[in-house]
Design a protein around this ligand. Structure first.
Ligand code: FES
Length: 103
């Protein structure tokens, strides 16, 4: 079964950009891309940086600290210095709200 948690109004997710939100006490990054929303952990797997302070381009979020990049759909680490993928989460939009399943 899925455990959908109401995270944010869909209108508050920036288009082609990223926002950090508290979802049930967890720091989560939400990405608006082409009318869709994707979610990952917000804290980089490399150091203590928040990905919402980074730069979203071509479906990848660039960490503000050492410029590691993750694919925001899969959480896959795309380049050095990253060695660990970041967790990504299912998202659905219903009644104008964004729901995230943190598992
Ligand atoms: Fe994110 Fe180093 S803290 S790349």
């Amino acid at each position: 079964t899925q455990n959908w948690i109401d995270a944010l109004a869909a209108d508050d997710v920036p288009q082609d950009d990223v926002i950090g939100v508290d979802v049930a006490g967890r720091d989560i990054a939400l990405y608006g891309m082409d009318g869709e929303v994707f979610a990952t952990d917000n804290i980089c797997t490399h150091g203590h940086a928040r990905l919402c302070d980074g730069f979203l381009e071509d479906g990848e979020i660039e960490c503000p600290l050492h410029q590691g990049r993750f694919d925001v759909r899969s959480g896959k680490a795309m380049c050095a210095p990253l060695t660990e993928d970041i967790r990504s989460y299912p998202v659905k939009i219903e009644n104008g709200r964004v729901f995230v399943d943190l598992g």
